[in-house]
Design a protein around this ligand. Structure first.
Ligand code: NAD
Length: 424
């Protein structure tokens, strides 16, 4: 019998609460393995660390850092590190758990993990950001490593931060350990194709899903929330396939152009100003109006909990591609299903990033690097194969793609659990 955890208080709208309800939905499809299901409802290991740094003005600031290893049953932990002022242990737990599901759904030999620091990195200088990253890496150094747990970029972290993490870990162990993180710069053991891999995976799963519902990408209208790594890369590929990106929203504002945004101009604008606001080739709109934009495909690629029941009733898209982790509340999921909106869930839709991270890790171990074409081809093949398997499962049981992804993944995780047995 399971008991709830004393240290978190999930609600139906919170990330961990959303994850728990997703697990409950899959229980009827687990057969004998359901006896192990409680292991999915508690992280294996959660580390909370104090991250003190001396700021440029001489004062000392303390930040809360986390690294959660949800499951190590199928292999080392794997999952990104997020820098955001709203990071909490509960959020990191949910993100780590979704990594377990995602890694198993695409059959990568990993468990699931995630990390984060409760900080607004935009308020820090580059020097302060480096100190924060190095101290955090040292603090979580007791549980990460190329064979233990391999961090990667997530919201507000990037290749430079991965380089600092790799360097700090390497200094502490006395040897260059490129395999301790993925998403590194290419000349430090990073992989070609990694930066855009998550967006590419969103595109590949979107292309396959569109084909199944006879939605032509050429001329399709696309709205993207979050124009960072994932959102902008996905937008670019849809644009190349002939789609029109009619709306984009980020933390700076919301922009709209009925004829399609000119990405060749928008991308440099975002790089130069830090966001989409103020882009001359579009009209600005109020944030909430984003959810009313007439579009065929909606790509939430920002943060959790964005598609609420109220927004789910309003949105126009036929296809929702979850670039972000956990963007749809469970109650909203039901509304979208009732309305006939197809949702490609995060746990398969955004798995392209971790798949190329896996390629990076393998390349680091063998010190033999692949071409970008090879990487993109292998990524395409893995994503298409994984999605087909999930779709067959969904058709067989007449369940949503989300529940089918959880069914495929949980069977793999719990199957491995059953085979390993309980220690001691
Ligand atoms: P990023 O930091 O590059 O971009 C985040 C984007 O979200 C920015 O455009 C930011 O302005 C926007 N945003 C932040 N708050 C917002 C708000 N309140 N409203 C609207 N937009 C807001 O991060 P990313 O790596 O692109 O990650 C985006 C999402 O994709 C996250 O949910 C992340 O967990 C998920 N994800 C990322 C990867 C990866 O490889 N980077 C892999 C899988 C999933």
């Amino acid at each position: 019998m399971g008991t709830s955890l004393s240290y978190v208080h999930p609600t139906p709208e919170s990330p961990w609460g959303t994850y728990l309800s997703q697990v409950d939905r899959v229980l009827p499809y687990l057969g004998e393995l359901a006896r192990w299901a409680e292991t999915l409802k508690r992280p294996k290991r959660s580390l909370i660390v104090d991250v003190p740094i001396e700021l440029d003005d001489g004062t000392v600031a303390h930040f809360e850092g986390f690294r959660v290893q949800h499951s190590l049953t199928r292999g080392p932990g794997k999952g990104g590190v997020r820098y955001h002022p709203d990071v909490t242990l509960e959020e990191v737990m949910a993100l780590a758990a979704w990594m377990s599901i995602k890694n198993a759904a695409v059959n990568l030999p990993y468990g699931g993990a995630k990390g984060g620091i409760r900080v607004d990195p935009k308020t820090l200088s580059r020097r302060e950001l480096e100190k924060l990253t190095r101290r955090y890496t040292s603090e979580i150094g007791i549980i990460i490593g190329p064979h233990q747990d391999i961090p990667a970029p997530d919201v507000n972290t990037n290749a430079q931060i991965m380089a600092w993490m790799m360097d700090t870990y390497s200094m502490n162990v006395g040897a260059t350990a490129t395999g301790v993180v993925t998403g590194k710069p290419v000349d430090l053991g990073g992989s070609l194709g990694r930066v855009k891999a998550t967006g590419r995976g969103v595109f590949v799963t979107g292309r396959e899903a569109a084909r199944r519902i006879a939605l032509q990408l050429d001329g399709a209208r696309v709205a993207v929330q979050g124009f960072g790594n994932v959102g902008s890369s996905a937008a670019e590929l849809f644009h190349q396939a002939g789609a029109r990106i009619v709306a984009a929203q980020d933390h700076t504002g919301t922009i709209f152009n009925d004829h399609g945004l000119d990405l060749a101009e928008l991308m440099p604008h975002v790089r130069a100003t830090g966001g989409v606001a103020g882009f001359k080739g579009a009209e600005a709109m109020a944030g909430e109006e984003f959810w009313d934009v007439r579009c065929d495909i909606l790509i939430p690629a920002a943060l959790e909990g964005q598609i609420t029941p109220e927004r789910a009733r309003r949105l126009h898209a036929r296809l929702v591609l979850e670039g972000a982790n956990g963007p749809t509340l469970s109650a909203a999921d039901d509304i979208l299903a009732d309305r006939g909106v197809l949702v490609v869930p995060d746990v398969i839709c955004n798995a392209g990033g971790v798949t190329v991270s896996y390629f990076e890790w393998v390349q680091d171990f063998s010190s033999f690097f692949w071409t970008e074409d090879e990487i993109n081809l292998r990524l395409d093949k893995i994503m298409v194969g994984a999605l087909k398997n999930i779709w067959d499962t969904a058709d067989r049981h007449r369940i949503s793609l989300r529940t089918a992804t959880f069914a495929v993944a949980c069977q793999r995780i719990l199957g491995a659990r059953a085979e390993r047995g309980l220690y001691p």
